[in-house]
Design a protein around this ligand. Structure first.
Ligand code: NAD
Length: 267
């Protein structure tokens, strides 16, 4: 059976983390070759070993490699994209790396250096990934290509538990992605944002820790009564990456179990 991403070359940033790793695994299962990019060398090694266990080389048609990349450093992002020139050129980039810093807070609390760091990774990282993806698509004469940028549902609804830098950064991802989708629509390059709800991944779970009150403050608003899982985001990314979504462009693709549509949740 031919995979939904057969022959496509993809980069996943934040590939050592929850959503990035699950997406890498699904992309390989669907026939893509994947460059796993992350700032953490140790994280990449662990992630690659899981990938090789779950999708052994004998069960895949594409290849998988890792590269340490800080997405807030443009030359590193450019080099990661150029790495795929030898594979036949980039077809898909999932600009997914992001941080939510524990020192983030409301407008009084968030220190300026945390604001800048959050913007550099969450916004500039997505800009660099998108910019060098477009250059690569053109260089290789691609007629169809897909960029998926991870935003968050906090870019769509306000929260009484503020992380202002994070929220503002994800709002920027939505606006930037929407505009890029329009600018490049006639070239066949699609840009969509992924808007996850709170998830069962280290990014949020490490921060919540054992704090029951902090957890309850969030859980009471979940229509499904639970956090989302990284794999549920990964399935959406595969759809957005594949030609099945050829008419889906410049959208805020919300995968949140209904959270952003709920007024009162079931008891
Ligand atoms: P995660 O913490 O499990 O993974 C994030 C990965 O990004 C980590 O492996 C980390 O090493 C990497 N990273 C951090 N800074 C980097 C940099 N400068 N360059 C390259 N890599 C870097 O988190 P996750 O839940 O998989 O989150 C992935 C994306 O989803 C993020 O953009 C996050 O903001 C977004 N998101 C997460 C949630 C959630 O509840 N977990 C909700 C909405 C949106």
């Amino acid at each position: 059976m031919v995979g939904r991403l057969e022959g496509k070359n993809a980069i996943v940033t934040g590939a050592a983390g929850g959503i990035g790793l699950e997406t890498t695994i699904l992309m390989l299962r669907e026939g893509a070759s994947v460059l796993m990019a992350d700032i953490s060398d140790e994280g990449l090694n662990k992630a690659l070993s899981k990938v090789n266990t779950v999708v052994p080389a004998s069960n895949r048609t594409g290849k998988v490699e890792t590269k340490v990349v800080d997405v807030s450093n443009e030359s590193q992002v450019e080099a990661a994209v150029a790495h795929l020139d030898a594979w036949g050129g980039l077809d898909i980039i999932f600009n997914n790396a992001g941080i939510m810093h524990p020192k983030d807070g409301d407008s009084e609390e968030c220190p300026e250096d945390i604001w800048d760091r959050t913007m550099n990774i969450n916004v500039k990282g997505v800009w660099y990934g998108s910019k060098h993806a477009v250059r690569a698509f053109r260089r290789h004469g691609k007629k169809r290509a897909s960029v998926i940028n991870t935003a968050s549902m906090v870019a769509l609804v306000g929260a009484g538990t503020p992380q202002l830098a994070y929220t503002a950064s994800k709002g920027a991802v939505l606006a930037m992605t929407r505009e890029l989708g329009i600018v490049h629509a006639r070239e066949g390059f699609r840009f969509n944002s992924l808007c996850p709800a709170p998830l069962n991944t280290p990014l949020l779970q490490d921060w919540l820790g054992d704090d029951k009150e902090k957890r309850f403050r969030r859980e009471v608003h979940f229509p499904t009564g639970r956090f989302g899982e990284a794999i549920e985001q990964a399935h959406a990314v595969i759809f957005l990456a594949s030609d099945e979504s050829s008419f889906v462009n410049a959208t805020d693709f919300v995968v949140d179990g209904g959270l952003t549509k709920a007024y009162v949740t079931p008891e």
